[in-house]
Design a protein around this ligand. Structure first.
Ligand code: IPM
Ligand code: MG
Length: 367
């Protein structure tokens, strides 16, 4: 049997730097654990635009459809701000999500003990936090029609449409309930059923799916209250299910609870392929951070933890995913810090590649 395949799309800004560290980790699993992958690499975002005039070449799209998992770094940068909307770097990422039909976006927000003091919230509010946001990723206002900027009388009108079908809500809900069953059997669904019809339907469908999971304690919350509750007492949540746009906002909010965006991974999953693996794309939650790109300052942990999610959700290597996550935890407990994690006195930051090496060291020590 051939090795499982991974397509690496480093993208823009700090993407290539953090992805180089993931490559080291992938190499480590091959050398030390005999877990081999066929790895290929291609362009996405601004770098693809520079090479091909499009943020995602059709050949790259086709490759992404064939591999077992895609690992993506980050897209975007000020250099591309003035590009036409249709070829902006972000369109490359959105096309991948849409055409691979990655409807379930898992965004864990986990606070590492060593970093509890970094949060802008009080330590006791975030210490031990471990929640998971499930964001619907292929529909809603991100993709709904009609959309555009139109002439109306003597002015223009900008239109986007929040649109959800029952089946779109249902499959996202089902993935969240399945996850809740493997965690603490608690699910909070967030929408705005008080103002939006799509929210009314969302609540109805989630409730219906919930009847199939009687063990899961289901609650509903308006998304604005959800944002407030996340900041007030995030530990009341375990799994949060929400739509594409609310999920975008709530996951940034949840991410910052943990102290740094540089720490958080994500998995975007679709339907199972012929080999039983879900269509999957893994990426850090952080962006391309153009201000620090190319300086060796970026924190590679979010990208490394995204690979840990790939081990868990695509490659059935839960124990090895645990090993990698524990290695990251150990490195942090040992006080190794990239520049985004400073704050303690007398700590000198390590570079991106030194952080990667430290994780490798901790992996070695785990054997
Ligand atoms: C995210 C990002 C993307 C989004 C952008 C880059 C298109 O903010 O993954 O959260 O809005 O979904
Ligand atoms: Mg976002």
């Amino acid at each position: 049997m051939s090795n499982p395949s991974i397509l690496i799309l480093p993208g823009d800004g700090i993407g290539p730097e953090v992805m180089a560290e993931v490559r080291k980790i992938i190499g480590w699993f091959g050398d030390k654990r005999d877990i081999q992958f066929d790895v290929s690499e291609d362009l996405v975002g601004g770098s693809a635009y520079d090479a091909h005039g499009t943020p995602l070449h059709d050949d790259t799209m086709a490759k992404a459809q064939e591999v077992d998992a895609v690992l993506l770094g980050a897209v975007g940068g000020p250099k591309y701000d003035d590009l036409d909307f249709s070829v902006k770097p972000e369109r490359g990422l959105l096309r991948l999500r849409k055409e691979m039909d990655l409807y379930s976006n898992l965004r864990p927000a986990q606070c590492f003990d060593a970093l509890a003091d970094f949060s802008s919230l009080k330590t006791d509010v975030v210490a031990g936090l471990d929640i998971m946001i499930v964001r619907e990723l292929t529909s809603g206002v991100y993709f709904g029609e009609p959309r555009g900027i139109f002439e109306e009388g003597n002015e223009r009108v900008g239109i986007n449409t929040q649109r959800y079908t029952e089946s779109e809500i249902e499959r996202a809900a089902r993935s969240a309930f399945e996850l809740a069953m493997r965690r603490n059997k608690k699910l909070c669904s967030m929408e705005k059923a008080n103002v939006m019809e799509s929210g009314i339907l969302w609540r109805e469908v989630v409730t219906r799916v919930g009847a199939e999971y009687p063990e899961v304690e289901l609650s509903h919350m308006y998304a604005d209250n959800g944002a407030m509750q996340l900041v007030r007492w995030p530990k009341q949540f375990d799994v949060i299910l929400t739509d594409n746009l609310f999920g975008d906002l709530l996951s940034d909010c949840a991410a910052m609870l943990t102290g740094s965006l540089g720490m958080l991974p994500s998995a975007s999953l679709g339907a199972p392929m012929a080999n039983g693996r879900p269509k999957a794309l893994y990426e850090p939650v952080h962006g391309s951070a153009p201000d620090i790109a190319g300086q060796g300052k970026a924190n590679p942990i979010a990208c490394i933890l995204s690979f840990a999610m790939a081990l868990r959700y695509s490659f059935d290597q839960g124990a090895e995913a645990d090993r990698l996550e524990k290695a990251v935890e150990k490195v942090l407990a040992d006080g190794v810090r990239t520049a985004d994690l400073l704050g303690e006195e007398g700590v000198t930051p390590v570079s991106t590649s030194e952080m990667g090496d430290a994780v490798i060291g901790a992996l070695d020590a785990s054997l």
